[in-house]
Design a protein around this ligand. Structure first.
Ligand code: ZN
Length: 395
């Protein structure tokens, strides 16, 4: 096995087992060859923790990937056609013995413009800043003593537009500071780090997470009243029945409670933090919109709330937080672990972002793009088939 592939599998497995860094098949990694001709990159839909020497990656010709960003005709195409053309071009850039229909990560172009080793994570500690109104100012303050500052990437639609934005901001940064940025914060999305070695990239991840966590302050221990089995069963029954009555879907409902959820429930006005829409593309894709807040679990309350959500632009809700009880997930069994991790992450991010000038959720336009985006639907379909939804550890 090539040293680069070895490094890719190693870093992917290390960061991939931590559901506070990536959830389900989210996040991606890449390592370039010494001669700069090739890049190994995670395949779309595979979880980082499940990558090994045989599966979960592609080797691409780096120049063919950079050509995509330079192609002016792509920039002029309509969104749907352009994103499909980009997937085709990424598949055509493949130079390996992997089945030719295994897609390289669609976030590939932004990897091509960075250093040898790249790690991209949907780390909730970072998202607390990237989804906060004052997040950028807080990040610049936290890293103000570094020789060169981190780079803040304003939100861009994933795929081609994000690749372009990273490319142009990295070029500008390189001109100004004489080197590429090592740490990039992606608004409403996550973290991107890059270094010339795998160890260097992992070190950067640890450093950033440590500093961001310290900036959030120590989370207090909270004591919540015990929830009875009877209460949980009643909530599950009412959510399942209301979903069936409103959408015709028969779904098993799973109860979750952990310290992050307890802390959220103990906040002042927790329901208010769920009023804004989905925070990130993952939340929209795996939870079908924001988590629904329920003041109580009476059947009428649940049904009315689901009907209201369906009237807005939300498709069948997947996650519910019930006052003084906990989180309930209603989705296909293979998607439960990722939906649970994404929902728990969202509760963590919302609570912390509220203390940083307020929560900065996706706008209606940004949500519309994700809903129509073929690559995201593809990823959710793979996850639903259970390809990347093996048990992930509880946060
Ligand atoms: Zn991402």
């Amino acid at each position: 096995m090539d040293k680069q592939l070895q490094d890719l599998v190693k870093i992917s497995n290390i960061v991939g087992v931590d559901s506070s860094l990536v959830q389900g098949g989210g996040g991606n990694t890449s390592v370039k060859s010494d001669d700069g001709k090739y890049m190994y990159i995670k395949a779309s839909g595979t979880a980082l923790k499940d990558m090994n020497s045989k599966r979960g990656w592609r080797r691409l010709k780096k120049d063919a990937v950079l050509d995509i960003l330079a192609d002016k005709s792509l920039a002029k195409m309509k969104v749907k056609a352009r994103e499909l053309a980009m997937v085709k071009r990424l598949l055509a850039a493949g130079d390996d013995n992997v089945r030719s229909n295994v897609r390289p990560s669609v976030e590939c172009p932004m990897h091509a413009v960075l250093e040898e080793c790249v790690i991209h994570l949907h780390a909730i500690t970072v998202q607390a800043y990237t989804s906060a109104k004052n997040g950028k100012a807080e990040i610049l303050r936290l890293f103000k003593n570094e020789p060169t500052p981190p780079l803040w990437i304003p939100y861009a639609n994933p795929g081609f537009e994000l690749g372009h934005k990273v490319f142009s901001l990295v070029s500008r940064y390189t001109k100004k500071y004489g080197r590429k940025p090592g740490v990039l914060f992606m608004q409403k999305h996550g973290l991107l780090v890059t270094a010339d070695t795998a160890e260097g990239a992992l070190r950067l991840v640890r450093k950033v997470i440590r500093r961001c966590r310290a900036g959030l302050g120590k989370a207090k221990r909270v004591n919540r009243p015990a929830v009875s089995k009877k209460q949980i069963e009643e909530c599950k029954r009412n959510v399942a029945r209301a979903l069936f009555e409103t959408t015709g879907a028969k779904t098993e409902v799973v109860f979750c409670l952990n310290p992050t959820i307890k802390r959220f429930l103990a906040e002042k006005n927790p329901g208010q933090m769920l009023r804004c829409g989905a925070l990130t593309p993952d939340e929209l894709a795996f939870l079908n919109g924001p988590i629904l807040w329920l003041n109580d679990a009476k059947y009428e309350t649940v049904e009315a709330k689901i009907r209201k959500a369906l009237k807005t632009d939300q498709s069948r809700p997947t996650a519910f937080v019930i006052r003084n009880v906990g989180l309930f997930i209603a989705t296909e069994p293979a998607l439960v672990p990722v939906a649970r991790d994404v929902a728990t992450g969202s509760l963590f991010v919302r609570r912390n972002a509220r203390n940083m000038g307020g929560i900065n959720a996706l706008t209606g336009k940004q949500r519309d793009f994700i809903k129509k985006w073929e690559a995201e639907q593809f990823r959710v379909q793979l996850a639903a088939k259970g390809l990347n939804a093996k048990k992930s550890p509880r946060r």
